[in-house]
Design a protein around this ligand. Structure first.
Ligand code: HAM
Length: 425
């Protein structure tokens, strides 16, 4: 016997028992993106490695250790996208989408990061993201946060999503902050954990993000970014807070929130949930006013977010979200070749009315066919045998209640079924 080939660790199949959750979530995403005036953009999964190195930053976890990078047959270095903001900016510059006009865009699809797989953290995962290009004002920061909130409302999970915001200022302000952080944490070098000692050299702001309980006391006393903001950044942050409050969006200001990608400027935010364990960030984003220019475009500001869809699905499950199952509403059983044709005809009529209909394939005894109908979780069964062909009728049977089956004349079957489905028979 040959050895079975398994999927790659951290890369999951989405089975039919789960995809109805995904479809319900995707419908909500399409709806919210449309009502906020965002247009879809579809981007390749593979990009030149350089794109991510330049945008996310050489000294971030993603670029240092999480990218799936390989040489193609020509020797070009390519990378499976670990996120899509960089790709989106690249595409906008390449196709001249944001030179003269502003743009509100969204995307959805798989991302790839070589992380240690655990619940809520995968090597292939999915994101829904939005990016808005061309606005310097904080109204767009508020808008993107409102889009995420609208999705929580659409999915009935607003009470489980908490918003944290912060401002990390301009690159110049951050330089000053960084220098002071290095000298502050430098005084405690021996008390820092290994990861933070490494970050002291590569990316000291990320030490603030450390979840290590032994580090918290040192982090508590560290300099705070707010003290380094210039007046413009401070005013922008104030305005954002006011706009969010005006729309009844609850939030907390978290001075330690820095995010793990280098392209952010000023506003950063994260939505977390109390329904998941350690991997509780369901959405992260912010402003990136220098990124378009860094990647060869004009001085065009941007802002956006991305949310992890596996985590969102888990929140939906935990909150008992009612995702409509894609199970058949009607299961048609037939006995004999004439009945088989009649069954096909009837199924086409039901489908034309939008009723999900499965026709039994493979013949067999009626009891076996009804067993299959039950296994498929159909609501109603239709039975057509030789007698029904002669009398131009069909038997309609509720599979979910004890109601008596009934013989219905052929011309009235579609209407009868519609009525029964409506009353959830
Ligand atoms: P990010 O924080 O790296 O930001 O990822 C956004 C979300 O993706 C996270 O909050 C989390 O829900 C999900 N996520 C990240 N890694 C994994 C993983 N290994 N497994 C499962 N879910 C994961 C970005 O990607 C930025 N591009 C967001 C952005 C858009 N900023 C501006 N525009």
């Amino acid at each position: 016997m040959s050895i079975k080939v398994q999927s790659v660790r951290g890369m999951n199949d989405l089975l039919p028992s789960e995809t109805h959750w995904w479809q319900a979530m995707e419908r909500a995403i399409h709806h919210v993106a449309a009502i906020y005036g965002y247009e879809e953009i579809r981007l390749p999964l593979l990009e030149r490695t350089e794109l991510f190195k330049r945008s996310i930053g050489e000294e971030t976890d993603i670029v240092e250790k999480e990218m799936y990078t390989f040489l193609d047959n020509r020797g070009d270095s390519l990378t499976l996208r670990p996120e899509a903001t960089a790709s989106c900016v690249r595409a906008c510059i390449q196709h001249g989408l944001i030179n003269r006009s502003k743009a509100r865009l969204w995307y959805m699809g798989p991302m790839f990061r070589y992380e240690r797989p655990q619940k809520g953290r995968y090597r292939q995962f999915h994101q829904f993201g939005i990016e808005a290009f061309g606005w310097t004002t904080p109204d767009i920061d508020a808008e993107i946060i409102l889009v995420a909130h609208a999705l929580w409302q659409q999915l009935n999970i607003a009470e489980h999503a908490q918003l944290e915001i912060n401002s990390i200022g301009t690159p110049e302000a951050r330089q000053r902050f960084r220098a002071d952080l290095v000298s502050y944490f430098g005084n405690y070098r021996d008390s820092l954990d290994q990861d933070s000692q490494r970050r002291l050299v590569t990316n000291p702001l990320r030490i603030l993000d450390s979840k290590n309980p032994n580090m918290q006391e040192i982090i508590e006393e560290a300099p705070v970014m707010t003290d380094y903001l210039d007046s413009e950044s401070a005013a922008r942050f104030d305005r954002l807070c006011n706009l969010l409050a005006s729309q009844d969006i609850g939030f907390t200001i978290n001075h330690r929130l820095v995010r793990g990608l280098d392209y952010y400027t000023d506003t950063v935010f994260e939505w977390t949930t109390n329904l998941l364990g350690a991997q509780n960030a369901i959405c992260g984003g912010g402003r990136y006013d220098g990124l378009v220019e860094l990647l060869g475009g004009g001085p065009i500001p941007g802002a956006g977010f991305a949310m992890g869809l596996e985590r969102l699905i888990e929140v939906l499950r935990q909150s008992n979200y009612d995702a409509e199952l894609a199970r058949p509403q009607v299961y048609v059983c037939t006995l004999g070749s004439d009945a088989e044709v009649e069954g096909l005809n009837l199924a086409q009529e039901l489908r034309a009315e939008g009723i999900r209909t499965t026709v039994h394939c493979g013949g067999g005894k009626l009891s076996q066919q009804l067993k299959n109908a039950d296994r498929a979780s159909a609501v109603l069964g239709v039975i057509i045998g030789a007698d029904e062909i002669t009398s131009r009728t069909a038997i309609v049977k509720s599979l979910r209640t004890d109601a008596e089956q009934q013989s219905v004349v052929r011309s009235e079957i579609v209407e009868t079924i519609q009525g029964m489905l409506h009353s959830k028979q």
